[in-house]
Ligand binder design. Structure first.
Ligand code: TEU
Ligand code: CA
Length: 554
């Protein structure tokens, strides 16, 4: 059979459905809105969309708390709308990747409700534990141990129906599933099959390294207290107060990921394509790499969060090179790299690096080998929006109860709706208001303006996406050099094909560079994309031993 390995050099575009396009004027993005805009994504040249969860959910964590894995959230549309989206995407040749949230369901899930009632099938679907007498007040039962949720405070919540506590590593409405129960493991594989039957091309897997907790059998049936991290300035309500050696990165996790890979592979021949599986784990690099699997047990593509997280507006060319080399060195041989510039949990590219570096960072993510992951709006250089305490929706921020410092924990600024044009609500919604306020710069930073402009972040992005189609960028060798402190050059070389070189000048002054030591041939190169702050014009021919890179130029 002939299997299309499309994802090995793909551009995956992340859509946050709530904030992409509102088709019915209720101020909330929806599936029909996405379908309307697929043609634009096709024109941009992306290969696949990954949609953040659009399943039935009470939205305490905006869809990452799923009440039914097989239903669509009514505010996002219906299953017919989803099927329509799939049909349009297929017609355009855009692949659809879904978000799979295996660690927890919503507390409104039927599974959870039945588990609380000790229904025989569901009784052990979640992590239940007895309370422990509070040492300071022995008449009062407290939580089973000192574990803290990612979103602050105890990770245990008492359930009166069951008379026990349940674990929630995230919000109270996100009870953790029990992966030591085989029924849960089988049930969750069926969820994958349900969507694969509908023709999706793979999954992004949420919070994978929180899947298992330590085996209580090793601690006389109890969940042990977590040691303190020793991190300075943390209170016992802060997640970072503890080490989390019992709630993260448990060795059992990897096997489950490899099992899911096998479920995806059940559909390879049927659909004549290999399915993509991307895993989200914010943890140490050697542990991240385990999600790749090995030659006998293939796994996933773990997100490269070092690329996203270790760099800042202070990084120079050497820092960037080091971060690239880290991934390429640790990655097992034969696996596919990936470059993440942003997501719905992280401050935007333009806000993290400064708008001057938007083109350079987009270029890098597109020219390096493997998968490029672009969060909606990063192709425009959208910035973090301002969201007042009153308008704040993100539980991670709300749980701080701090109207002054909440913004340090808030993910709302990166989730403000997409800027389509300069009209009301940036063309995102015809409604009176939007679920989060619009970022105030949409009159200038928007897609329509950037399509019309001579040079723009969008046009640059699109031109570099086109370069990603070239054989050298798809499969050529990689050569990364910090030519000096502020200039990074990335060459992709494949014998018999045009070379592609990406050069970024991060300095605020012009710098002349010589890349002849990186390439034997050719002597001359043509500029294929010019960034916003860059005066190297597209079409210009330059000599490889003397290229004058304007300030902040990619
Ligand atoms: O995030 C997992 C995760 O570890 C987050 O806590 C992340 O570190 C944090 O948001 C950074 O500010 C995933 C999703 O991406 C996130 O949106 C969900 O809230 C979370 O899982 C729970 O499902
Ligand atoms: Ca878990």
């Amino acid at each position: 059979s002939c299997v299309d390995m499309w994802w090995k050099s793909a551009v995956v575009y992340q859509i946050y459905p709530r904030s992409f396009m509102d088709s019915n004027g209720d101020g909330i993005g929806d599936l029909n809105g996405i379908t309307q805009k697929l043609q634009y994504l096709k024109d941009t040249g992306i290969d696949a969309i990954w949609m953040s969860p659009m399943f039935l959910s009470p939205m305490y964590d905006f869809g990452y708390d799923i009440a039914d894995y097989r239903k669509i959230a009514p505010e996002y549309g219906t299953m017919e709308d989803f099927d329509e989206l799939m049909k349009t995407a297929k017609k355009l040749g855009i692949r659809v990747v879904l978000d799979y949230v295996p660690n927890h369901t919503s507390n409104e899930s039927e599974w959870f409700i039945k588990s609380a009632q000790r229904d025989p099938k569901y009784a052990d679907y979640y992590i239940w534990a007895n309370g422990k007498p509070d040492p300071k007040n022995p008449d009062y039962m407290g939580p089973p141990n000192n574990w803290i949720s990612v979103f602050r405070k105890s990770a245990w919540e008492y359930n009166a129906v069951r008379g026990q506590y349940y674990l929630h590593q995230f919000v109270i409405g996100q009870p953790d599933l029990n992966y030591r129960n085989e029924k849960v493991r089988e049930e969750m594989k069926d969820v994958l099959r349900f969507w694969l039957e509908k023709g999706v091309s793979g999954f992004r897997i949420d919070a994978i390294n929180m899947l298992y907790e330590v085996d209580p059998a090793k601690f006389d049936g109890r969940y042990p207290d977590e040691p303190h991290s020793g991190a300075p300035g943390k209170t016992p309500d802060d997640y970072d107060y503890l080490l989390h050696k019992y709630t993260r990165d448990q060795p059992e996790t990897y096997e489950v990921v490899y099992d899911w890979r096998a479920v995806l592979d059940e559909f390879t021949d049927k659909h004549n394509e290999s399915k993509i599986m991307m895993t989200e784990a914010y943890t140490e690099l050697p542990l991240v790499m385990k999600y790749y699997g090995n030659s006998s047990r293939p796994g996933s593509v773990p997100f490269n969060f070092d690329y996203l997280g270790d760099l800042s507006n202070k990084s120079d060319a050497r820092d960037i090179k080091r971060t690239i080399d880290m991934w390429m060195t640790y990655m097992p041989t034969g696996k596919v790299a990936n470059w993440v510039n942003g997501n719905h949990d992280q401050s935007r590219l333009a806000s993290r690096y400064g708008v001057n570096r938007v083109d350079a960072m987009n270029m890098l993510a597109l020219i390096l080998p493997g998968i490029t992951i672009t969060y909606q709006g990063e192709e425009l250089g959208m910035t973090d929006g301002f969201v007042s305490w009153k308008d704040t929706k993100d539980p991670q921020a709300c749980n701080t109860d701090d109207p002054i410092n909440y913004w340090k924990s808030s993910r709302d600024p990166t989730r403000t709706p997409y800027h389509w044009d300069a009209t009301k609500n940036a063309g995102f919604s015809s409604g009176a208001s939007t679920w989060l306020p619009m970022a105030d710069n949409y009159a200038t930073v928007n897609l329509a303006a950037q399509m019309a402009a001579n040079k723009s972040h969008y046009k640059f992005y699109k031109d570099v996406v086109a370069l990603k189609r070239l054989p050298a960028v798809r499969s050529g060798d990689l050569n990364v050099r910090a030519l000096c402190q502020f200039v990074l050059a990335v060459a992709r070389l494949l014998p018999g094909h045009p070379v592609v070189v990406g050069i970024m000048n991060l300095a605020d002054k012009e710098i002349a560079v010589d890349i002849s030591s990186m390439l034997l041939l050719p002597l001359q190169l043509q500029v294929e994309a010019s960034g916003v702050d860059c005066s190297l014009e597209k079409g210009t021919v330059v000599q490889k031993n003397n290229i004058t890179m304007p300030a902040h130029c990619a």
